[in-house]
Write a protein that binds this ligand. Structure first.
Ligand code: AMP
Ligand code: ZN
Length: 478
């Protein structure tokens, strides 16, 4: 196996992957907060994790992959303040908080499938690991890393000397720089909630547990005083990833992924909690994907440019076109999403599939090409280069068609573009069918002007007509 070099945010350099257990890579990826439909930015993060995983499998490693589902505790106001995103989602939709969580989790998993993202080995839910989270909170308390305020149990970052190392901020900056702003009972601005009591704005938090981890959601609400007294509440967001990561992958594991937005707070906090609890290094390599932006800016609901996979499909794009698009840009570079770029990715994917599907049965892959492809991936997942290697092979006239097919099939194990997928048939409605027949008659009668006019009319309706020796072929117009 060649050296696999991956960029570690913690050391700011590419490092050789050297799995803790030989032949096995253990990966944790921060998953979705299931309070709304996941958007294509989230999917950039999940596609990146998928390429990482498939690449390691391509190199012969067994991968144990955990992706959590955040279904409680992620507060609107970052880590400590504001309503729980799930509770807010429930209020807006009129559904129960459980319905909201499971509904969006289903949607997320459906979308993963459509993007051909391999299923994680484990998809643990935060709500199903409350005991593990409380155990860690109790360990941290016993070791003197926590303190209690009127609304919860907090982690004191000043007790953890390495706090801020991942994002390159010194602990002094994090504490002193922010001290002026500390308005609540926190000792330091960067301190974060491990456990929130059902008091104040969270007094009626639906999902809640007692301090032994027993679910008391279906019991009558107690007074705020009683909730505080009995420590009835729910976990802060960060603790779930430490507790579940360790449960499924061990106290130290190989790789942790997430978007760059998680570097300064969420992952800093994961490190602080985990390493304080175990006294061991939590993760060997921290990997982060850059953001997906839309038309040069941030995606947001208010700007109306927060797209879901469903939005792409409604415009006639297949999900794998988006997968192809993300492969064109290195995961550590910003990707600016435009419809034009998605169109270009769609036709490139269609062309690659057309070439692949005209090839006869597969022989064996071309070893030199497989090596080149592997080297691109082993260089911090250079997917753009890997795709370029695939195109070189597709266009190479000097290798046998069978070998070409086998080589491309091998590449597709990582690219996941379903090169063997047949083009989707376009379903026409009655009036579109009529126009198409009219056009065929016009062409037979050599009425070119009329046939062109009918082509334009069909284009207006989203149908593209191509004339071939076999007659008219229709495609959905993008
Ligand atoms: P969330 O559901 O907000 O917890 O996010 C799930 C994952 O998507 C995290 O790894 C985020 O860092 C990542 N993410 C969120 N927005 C974007 C974006 N615009 N581009 C790329 N990754 C993102
Ligand atoms: Zn996380």
């Amino acid at each position: 196996m060649s050296n696999i070099r991956l960029y570690n945010t913690f050391t700011r350099s590419k490092e050789n992957l050297s799995p803790i257990e030989e032949g096995v890579a253990r990966i944790y990826s921060c998953g979705p907060t299931v309070y709304a439909s996941p958007h294509i930015g989230n999917f950039r993060a999940f596609l990146f994790a998928d390429i990482l995983r498939r690449s390691l499998e391509f190199f012969g490693l067994k991968v144990i992959h955990v992706m959590n589902v955040t279904d409680v505790g992620h507060l609107v106001g970052d880590s400590n303040a504001g309503e729980d995103k799930l509770e807010k989602g429930a209020k807006i939709t009129g559904k129960t908080v459980w319905e909201v969580a499971r509904g969006y989790e289903d949607e997320f998993k459906r979308d993963l499938l459509e993007l051909n993202i391999e299923k994680a080995t484990y998809f643990p839910r935060a709500t199903e690991h409350i005991v593990e989270q409380l155990e860690m909170i109790k360990t941290l308390t016993a070791k003197g890393f926590t303190y209690e305020t009127s609304d919860g149990i907090y982690y004191d970052v000043s007790k953890f000397a390495d706090y801020g190392k991942l994002s390159g901020q010194s602990l002094e900056d994090k504490i002193a720089g922010a001290r002026v702003e500390v308005k609540d009972e926190k000792r330091n601005q960067a301190d974060f909630a491990l456990w929130k009591f059902c008091v104040g704005e969270n007094a009626n938090h639906t999902m809640r547990w007692d301090f032994s981890g027993k679910d008391v959601s279906s019991e009558a609400h107690l007074s705020e005083e009683e909730n505080k007294e009995k420590k009835i509440g729910f976990p802060g967001w960060h603790i779930e990833c430490s507790a579940m990561g360790m449960k499924y992958l061990g106290e130290t594991f190989d790789i942790h992924t997430g978007g760059v937005d998680h570097i300064p707070v969420h992952h800093e906090n994961e490190i602080a909690q985990s390493e304080a609890a175990t006294g061991k290094k939590f993760v060997n390599i921290w990997m982060h994907n850059e953001f997906l932006a839309v038309d040069g800016g941030k995606m947001s609901k208010s700007l109306g440019n927060l797209y879901t996979l469903e939005d792409l499909k409604k415009k006639g794009f297949e999900p794998l076109s988006f997968r192809y698009l993300t492969l064109l840009t290195h995961y550590r570079k910003k990707l600016d999403f435009t419809w034009e770029a998605l169109k270009a990715a769609t036709s490139a994917l269609q062309n690659l599939r057309e070439i692949y599907q005209t090839l006869p049965d597969a022989e064996i892959p071309l070893a030199s090409a497989v090596k080149e492809f592997g080297e691109a991936l082993a260089d911090d997942l250079n997917t753009a280069k890997a795709l370029a290697v695939a195109w070189e092979i597709a266009k190479n006239e000097n290798i046998t068609p069978g070998m070409k097919k086998a080589t491309l099939a091998k590449f597709d194990e990582v690219l996941g573009l379903e090169l063997d997928k047949a083009a989707e048939a376009v379903e026409l409605n009655e009036s579109q069918k009529k126009l198409l027949v009219e056009r065929e008659t016009a062409r037979k009668n050599k009425e070119w002007q009329k046939s062109d006019a009918l082509r334009d009319e069909l284009a207006q309706l989203g149908i593209e007509v191509e004339d071939t020796s076999e007659g008219q072929i229709v495609k959905r117009k993008l």
